[in-house]
Ligand binder design. Structure first.
Ligand code: 8IG
Length: 277
């Protein structure tokens, strides 16, 4: 599926779960790994974690997997990797996130999560780069997601499918993460549509309604992962303080630089948490 104009998920009459099953079969065929145990989506700043997890069995261009979307930005194609952890478990590492703001619709946004579930993964680890609202947080700090507020006004669920979201971000998995690093703070993640950052007034709104983290991914993916019956662990790397919380304007370069600096530390943390799951 190399042509962005042709994606089977865009056919409204197609079954997104059947397409995810096809994608999982592509991954099994291209990696030689029949089933995966844990799936991990890598957001900004988290990219190096995969190498620390174990042996890379296969690196698959996302465009070779049914239903995956070619990234709109930069020329480079995202990849999906199959990694064998030291304890023998198979980890599916998704380095090809499709964001809601790309405008392809929510089916494409959650396709990687549904595919991960179809490969057999029972745990979905979602990571992202995000803005921080808590005044005690510093750029470069990783935090756990304790809950979310979905401000996209959209859902990955179709039809009368009333999925419960209590304890969406697994208290059990958060406890394990804190056993690896007791200094991990946590907060409520607000998913905005983007791609513009929030106005300072919107950041204040997010704070007042109970948010601590602002981002452009993860909440819709977590809903799809819950629908699929997976246990979910969420991490945000605070790459910047949210607009108006920090004194200076937000820039994409600043965000990339904070991610680059934090990468060794958070990658090591993530690898140790996954080992402990
Ligand atoms: I990295 O401050 C990153 N992603 N919505 N706001 C939103 N998304 C982000 C931010 C931010 N920083």
């Amino acid at each position: 599926m190399s042509d962005i104009t042709m994606n089977p998920l865009d056919d409204a009459s197609a079954d997104p779960f059947a397409i995810a099953a096809e994608a999982a079969a592509d991954i099994a065929r291209l990696s030689g790994v029949e089933r995966h145990d844990i799936a991990l989506t890598l957001g900004s700043g988290w990219g190096r974690a995969a190498e620390l997890l174990g042996e890379t069995i296969a690196t698959i261009p996302a465009t070779d997997i049914t239903g995956f979307t070619r990234p709109a930005l930069d020329g480079h194609v995202g990849t999906v990797r199959s990694i064998r952890a030291r304890d023998g478990r198979h980890v599916l590492v998704i380095g090809a996130r499709t964001h809601y703001y790309e405008g392809y619709g929510v089916r494409r946004v959650v396709h990687s999560v549904r595919t991960a579930a179809a490969t057999g993964a029972s745990i979905m680890v979602l990571t992202n780069g995000a803005g921080g609202i808590k005044p005690t947080w510093q750029p470069g700090q990783p935090v756990l997601i304790s809950d979310h507020i979905n401000l996209t006004a959209d859902s990955p669920l179709e039809g009368a499918n009333f999925v419960d979201l209590t304890d969406l971000y697994s208290p059990r998995l958060r406890e394990i993460a804190r056993s690896v690093d007791s200094s991990l703070d946590e907060g409520v993640y607000c998913q905005f549509r983007g791609p513009h950052y929030e106005s300072p007034a919107e950041v204040q709104m997010a704070r007042i309604i109970g948010g601590h983290i602002v981002g452009m991914s993860t909440a819709l993916e977590a809903i799809a992962a819950r629908e699929a019956g997976m246990e979910i662990l969420g991490f945000s790397l605070i790459t910047n303080l949210a607009a108006g919380i920090q004194k200076t304007p937000l820039s994409h370069e600043e965000v990339i630089e904070a991610g680059r600096q934090a990468e060794p530390v958070i990658s090591d943390l993530l690898a140790r948490v996954i080992e402990a799951l």
